[in-house]
Design a protein around this ligand. Sequence first.
Ligand code: K7E
Ligand code: CUA
Length: 654
Amino acid sequence: MNLKRFRNLIVFSLTLMLMASCGGDKNGSKGPLGAGDAAQKVYVAPGEYDEFYAFMSGGFSGQVSVYGLPSGRLFKVIPVFSVDAEKAWGFNEETKPMLETSHGFLPWDDSHHPELSQTDGIPDGRWLFINANNTPRIARIDLTTFETVEIIELPNSAGNHSSPFTTENTEYVVAGTRFSVPVPQKDMAISEYAGNYKGALSFVKIADDGRMDIAFQILMPGYNYDLAHSGKGESDGWTFFTSYNTEESNTLLEVEASKHDKDFIAAVNWKLAEQFIAEGNYEEMNSSYMRNYYDEGTQMATSETLNKVKVLKPEDCPGLVYFLPTPKSPHGVDVDPTGEYIVGNGKLSADLTVHSFTKMKAAIENEDFEDEKYGIPVLNFDATLAGVVKSTGLGPLHTEFDNNGNAYTTFFISSEVIKWKVGTWEVLDRAPTYYSVGHLMVPGGDSRQPWGKYLVALNKITKDRYLPTGPELNQSAQLFDISGDKMQLILDFPTVGEPHYAQGIPAEVIMNNSKQLYKLEENHHPHAIMSEEDTKVVREGNVVRIYMTTIRSHFAPDNIEGIKVGDEVYFHITNLEQDFDVPHGFAVMGMQNSELLIMPGQTETLLWKPLFEGVIPFYCTDFCSALHQEMQGYIRVSARGSSPEMKWNVGNYE
Ligand code: K7E
Ligand code: CUA
């Protein structure tokens, strides 16, 4: 690198650092939280329910957390991409297959964007989808059980960031790659990046029962694909992806990918893609990827390996993709509730660029192109431009909408949310956030029917908002009342991991379908037993299977003998309870595993390999009754190579 470029790089980096940090300090004070009736607005009396569910991504925790709004109370952390020892996710035999990939079993990922399924463009409360960013995958969470029931891997992708945004009737969730890579993957010089690496946009078909399958991928130029949103109403049938690094640089992107004045929003006509597929105008590529799904009947997860994916090449598919030039390294792309306006948030810009769908269609019709990239027409910037929001904020990232024709945009660098009018582009209000806001969420705010009322700012930096907890502070969310003209900050609350994005939905859409227990008669787990009379211990070589039950307040059996050092012991435990909210837990001293936490009517399996002779206690880990502390048992472990008699009992019967 020559000296001048190096100097430019330093100056540029310093400027960004300064801009980022002044966001944190300039407001100094702790904000208007004391204001009048704020406490009343977030007060949910003991025993009362919240008005909305909020689903927040866990970012680097890999999970999803479920909150109530307006109280900010945490209800559940749903394990998704990271193992969770509290719930045995990825530890018990039933869920281990969920974390299998073509790279083997993966204990962690980075989850960014929860997305609710929609019907007619309105969140319907059936499923929540979320992306794995590091090893590209999409998960589906069933909102009757609040459990992850399916995870599909995305081949040819690397850094699954613009994902998993849904189409209007959940025909697809989409997944754009952040990193472009050789497709198919191969050993190749990194310096050959430009012109050779490709960025795959995946369209994952969602069946009526929720099953996910990759319908097709579009092999785009080697840019970075950042975020996406699908059209609505008139623009239904299109999905919009932001890109940056149209410079196609492979090093020092903070400078090298910031050179172009404009990058692109890619407008993809997925209805046309379906036609190309139907006509056979695609290439079938070999690529190995996994689909893992949980069967509620057998209560087991299964992994299957898939080998083919259909690939569309824009240069062979006229009309499939158009580029909309958008200043300046855009991050979020957000479509207003009518479907007419496509808002691009240029993160190195102060202004927001709003494209018109109607104008885009006309520009396509008139072939009003200013350029072409790898066979993809670049529409004339002025031809699609609907307006510019001149905000004077800095670093716009994401936009959501309310039900009154207003939009709300976050500004990371100036650390604020700005409210503006869709159509007139005038700025109506601005509110500081503490600090450095990333995404924001209005319940239904990326759908056709925002419920409005609240806005949650999902902040990156916490600093002085809470009592210090050493160097690491939880990220912070801030709740605003947006029912009036002015946004009013009414609550701060900490989050689990980094909440990149969130979704909100009225409680009644989900709560009445929420499952209270698993019915024993519907439990078809291969190792389930339905009563204490059926408990048994079975040896097959050095594999021992213990068929156990739980009911308040004992295990059956609770005395087990005949186990040897070197055995592989599987505890298949069925919780016979048929009462809401009565799980039992299970732990064995010295086990190299997590606890089990078994819901009523469920069967779970723990693998234990005893290392020493002795008498090993086990107990219930979840305080289930007044005699929970009595819920315990012993296993006798005999020497390797010995021939102890197999015995088991609870109470006096064997
Ligand atoms: Cu945090 Cu959506 Cu990954 Cu923006 S992304 S902030
Ligand atoms: Cu069962 Cu505590």
